[in-house]
Design a protein around this ligand. Sequence first.
Ligand code: ADP
Ligand code: TRP
Length: 332
Amino acid sequence: MSKQVLTGIKPTGHIHLGNYVGAIKPALRLAEIESYNVAYFVADYHGLTKIHNQAEMKELSYGVAATWLALGLDPDRAVFYRQSDVPEIFELSWILACFAPKGLMNRAHAYKSMVDDNQKGGREIDNGVNMGMFTYPILMAADILLFRTELVPVGKDQIQHVEIARDIAETFNKIYRETFVLPEYVIQEETSVLPGFDGRKMSKSYNNTIPLFEEPKKLQKLINKIKTDSSLPEEPKDPETSVIFSLYQEFATVDQVEKMKVRFKEGIGWGEAKKELFQVMNSFIEKPRSKYEELMANPHVLDTILNAGAKKARETTIPFLREIKKKMGIYH
Ligand code: ADP
Ligand code: TRP
C-alpha cells in the first residue's frame, strides 16, 4: 500500500554531519521504498523566524536544496519544493491556528525554552520571541496535514511538533468529520545523536559542527580538533564511548567498522584513528561535494527543479484546500 512521507529542513545554517545522519540519511532511505510517495521541502518560512538577512536567506535556502540533490534525492520521484512556493500551506496555517489552543503553543518546547532562558536571565518572558516562533508548530502542522502525510521522518527534537499536528487534526476532524490523516513520526533509533568535536550534540547552537560539504583541508583540521583523552597509542580504547568511533561508524562500511573496533580494543593512536576517520569521511563526501558545488554555482538549475516541484505539489494542495474550505462553509 502506498504511504505519504513528508519532511522539511529549515535554512537556518549550513547543513552539518548531524543533520545528515539524523534527518537526511533516514529520509533518503525512505525515498528508496518503491511504494512510498515522498514530499521533501525547504522550510524557508520556518527559517524566517530566525534569518532576517536577504543574502543569507537566499544562500542557505539554495544550500538546503542543493544538499538534498547532491546526496541523491531524485526530483522526478519525490515532490521536492520550496515551502514559500506553495501558498495553500499558509492559508491552511491560518485555518489551523483557529483550531489550535493557545495553551498548546505555550507548551511547545522551543518557545518554552526561550521563556525559561529569559526567566533565568531576569528578562521579560517573551523577550526576543516573534509571533512566527510562537506559532511555528501551527505552520509545521499545515506542512504535514495538507499533504495527507502518514509518516514524518524527523530527529527526536521534532516529536512534539508532529504530536501537535496530530492534536490539531483530531480537533478539526471531530468537528467537520474525517478530513485530515493523522501523521506519525519516524525516528532513527540507532543513529541517535551525533556528537560534535567537543563531545556534545553536534549543533549550530553549540558552534561545534562539521559542515557536511567541508573542503578536505578544513575537514582534516576539524577532525583534529575532536577531543580525546591522554591514553597512549598502545593502550586499549573503548569504541562505545569514543566520538571518533561514533563518527567513523556513520561513514565506513560494516567491514571497516568491525576492523576498527578490533584496532580500538588492541590499542590505536588517536592521531592514527583521526586519519582513518578523515579518509572514510572524505571519500564518502567527495562526489556529493562536487555535485553540491556545481549546483550552488548554478542556482537557476535549482530554481527550475524547485519550481517544477511546487507545480506538482499544488496539483494536490489546491483541490484539497478547496475541500477543507467547503467543509467550513467558506468556499463558494
Ligand atoms: P541544529 O541543532 O544544528 O540547529 P536543526 O535543529 O536545524 O539542527 O536540525 C535539523 C534536523 O537535523 C532535525 O531533524 C534534527 O533532529 C537533526 N539533527 C540535528 N543535529 C543532530 C545531531 N547532532 N545528531 C542527529 N540528528 C541531528
Ligand atoms: N521543524 C523542523 C526542524 O526544525 C523543520 C520542518 C518544518 C519540518 N516543517 C516540517 C519537519 C514538516 C517535518 C515536517 O527540523
